[in-house]
Structure formats: structure tokens, C-alpha cells
Design a protein around this ligand. Structure first.
Ligand code: GAR
Length: 204
């Protein structure tokens, strides 16, 4: 199994879905480290309850020096023997230092159908735009925010007269939890270009 790190900033529900997937004997990853830029991230406690090493390297200690923070993160990842990184609600803009160091070995989940709606507040912006299909994307991480080759996407309907941003967030999150482990498996098993022949809105 490939030793992975999961990087979080908050509650860590996607982290939980990855931890659950990794528990299966045939899943190609194991969680070597959970790392947060916030020492009060709720997900850290859950990871520790699962017996996983979970640390925080608060970015605030580094002031505006993003790269210095990333150097500390990078050192901790290497110390833990990590070979692959999953960003899961890690709300930091990354510099080329980290994206270059982990090129093709770092993926992210984003709550929209990229390249539409990069950035934050995606569910509000989807409702404002009036689109009828929304979803989530797992992609390779490159220097541009929410850019990088797409690995997998899942789509959900939007009900513009009834949905609130919270409704949409909840509908998308269900799909995130399914999509992220599936996408991670594809990358690690190097089956990214295989076509999923099942007719489905979940396009891996
Ligand atoms: C998820 O919806 C994830 O897609 C999003 O943050 C949430 C984290 O929730 N990530 C981004 O917006 C990254 N641009 P979680 O902590 O419960 O996994």
C-alpha cells in the first residue's frame, strides 16, 4: 500500500471517507499521516481516534511567508515516509515550492465541476449563475488554484427554486465521499485513462 498523507483544515469529512477506504485490504493506500494548518481542526481528533498520526503545523506561526510554512510541511511529510498527498478541504493557496516538490503525487477535491467555479463559495455562485448541473472534481494539483488535470468528476442536479447553498453543499458532499476514494484508487493503480463503461453521472 502507498503511504499517503491527508491534508485538512477543518472537519475532515472527506478525510474520513479516505480513512474508511484505506481500511479495505485491497485498497492501494494506507494513511501514514494527517496534517493540518490549524491545530483546532476537528478532523485531527478523529484521525487520532483511528490510531493515525495527526499533527498540526499552524501557518500563523510563519506570518506571510507561505513557502517557509510549506517547507515545514514538506519536511514533516518526508519524515513520515509519505509518498502521495490528498488535499481534503486544505484551505491554503499553495506556492510552486510544494506543487513542484509533489508534482503528479498530489491531488485535491473541489466542490464544483471544474473548470467552472474555482475558488470559494461555489454553491452560492452556482445558484446565482442558474446552472442546472453541479458537482465535484478530483484533480491533480498544479501551481494554479483549482487547476491541474481532471481525474474524476461526479454530478448532481440543481433545483434552482428550492435549493439553498446548504442543500447543494450537502448533495455534493455525498458525491465527494464516493468520488475521492475512487479517484485515488485510479491514480495509484494507474488506470486513470480507462473508460468507465457504466452509464452514470459519476464519471471516473
Ligand atoms: C469539501 O467540500 C471540499 O470539496 C472543499 O472543502 C470541503 C471540506 O470538507 N474544498 C475546497 O473548497 C477546496 N478548494 P471536509 O473537511 O468535510 O472534507
Amino acid at each position: 500500500k502507498t503511504p499517503i498523507a491527508i491534508l485538512i483544515s477543518g472537519r475532515g469529512s472527506n478525510m474520513r471517507s479516505l480513512i474508511a477506504a484505506c481500511a479495505a485490504p485491497d485498497f492501494p493506500a494506507r494513511v501514514a499521516l494527517v496534517l493540518s494548518n490549524k491545530d483546532d481542526a476537528a478532523g485531527l481528533d478523529y484521525a487520532r481516534e483511528c490510531g493515525i498520526t495527526a499533527d498540526a503545523i499552524p501557518h500563523k506561526a510563519f506570518g506571510k511567508d507561505r513557502e517557509a510554512h510549506e517547507r515545514a510541511v514538506d519536511a514533516r511529510l518526508r519524515e513520515a515516509g509519505v509518498e502521495f498527498i490528498c488535499l481534503a478541504g486544505y484551505m491554503r493557496l499553495l506556492t510552486p515550492f510544494l506543487t513542484d516538490a509533489w508534482a503528479e503525487r498530489m491531488i485535491n477535491i473541489h466542490p464544483s465541476l471544474l473548470p467552472l467555479f474555482p475558488g470559494t463559495h461555489t454553491h452560492e455562485r452556482v445558484l446565482e449563475a442558474g446552472v442546472r448541473i453541479h458537482g465535484c472534481t478530483v484533480h491533480h494539483v498544479t501551481a494554479g488554484m483549482d487547476e491541474g488535470p481532471i481525474i474524476a468528476q461526479a454530478a448532481v442536479p440543481v433545483f434552482p427554486d428550492a435549493d439553498t447553498p446548504d442543500d447543494l453543499a450537502a448533495r455534493v458532499l455525498v458525491q465527494e465521499h464516493l468520488l475521492y476514494p475512487a479517484a485515488l484508487r485510479k491514480v495509484l493503480e494507474k488506470t486513470e485513462n480507462n473508460t468507465n463503461k457504466a452509464a452514470s453521472l459519476l464519471v471516473c
